[in-house]
Design a protein around this ligand. Structure first.
Ligand SMILES: [Zn+2]
Length: 252
């Protein structure tokens, strides 16, 4: 079906975009979490889930847009997202950017277990004039997702090799084994090590992000102890080596 025909059937441009990108994924997408070379469109009665894997049952949500994928992504209701994070019910997210000619420019995968409370922010309530006055949505903060959890499937029009995508997913899947609250902290500290972007790091490098972590975890009274604890978790996971005297080597 060509886009012009879709334009007749669906009135708004965003509806066309939705249909085109869903059709594209149904035809082209595979499961990054296993060896399945197809995903199945989900039934309409699963809100927030667009595709499921017929082999491993992984679930995927698709968000598509014409503009560049920025640092903030509009998402669902804040409280609903918080509940989904706390109960580990967030789907894997596929972020798709299409061109004005409907080709896919970028497609980014964020595995479900990278969604923690640090990765969302509360938006202002809708005004009284809005249809859903008082409703509070949230944004996904991509900067707070470590680069390990932003897996490019298509980057600037270039398709990443399927095996490389699956390898990238498999490499980070050990984070899925951590419990929610611990995982949130571990990923926050991993994100800092990625932002520092050096092979050799010191404890004081991590401490420069103390205020940032305090903002993400306002009720925590001892951020520095938490940093040290999470450095041990990352060491045990093989991401860092302790070199003594508060020095670390990044291994991955
Ligand atoms: Zn699968």
């Amino acid at each position: 079906m060509c886009v012009a025909e879709l334009g007749v059937k669906y009135k708004s441009n965003s509806q066309v975009a939705r249909v085109v990108s869903e059709n594209w994924c149904a035809a082209q997408m595979y499961c990054p979490a296993c060896s399945s070379d197809a995903l199945t469109a989900a039934a309409n009665n699963f809100p927030g889930v667009d595709f499921t894997c017929p082999a491993c049952s992984s679930v995927y949500q698709l968000k598509s847009r014409k503009g560049i994928i920025g640092r903030r992504i509009n998402d669902s209701g804040y409280e609903a997202m918080l509940r989904a994070i706390r109960s580990e019910q967030v789907p894997n997210l596929l972020l798709l950017q299409y061109s004005s000619l409907w080709s896919v420019i970028n497609l980014l995968l964020i595995p479900s277990f990278f969604f923690t409370e640090s990765t969302i922010e509360k938006r202002k309530p809708l005004t009284d004039r809005a249809q859903r006055a008082g409703w509070v949505g949230c944004n996904i903060l991509l900067d707070n997702v470590p680069v390990d959890g932003r897996i490019p499937i298509i980057k600037d029009g270039v398709v990443t090799n399927r095996t490389a995508v699956r390898r990238a997913y498999s490499r980070v899947s050990q984070f899925n084994e951590l419990k929610g609250d611990v995982r949130g902290w571990t990923l926050d500290v991993l994100n800092i090590s990625r932002k520092l972007n050096r092979q050799e790091l010191s404890l004081s490098d991590f401490y420069t992000f103390e205020q940032h972590l305090q903002n993400l975890h306002p009720s925590n009274k001892n951020i520095r102890a938490k940093i040290r604890q999470q450095l041990q978790v990352l060491r045990d996971m093989g991401y860092l080596a302790f070199e003594g005297s508060g020095r670390y080597s990044v291994l991955r």
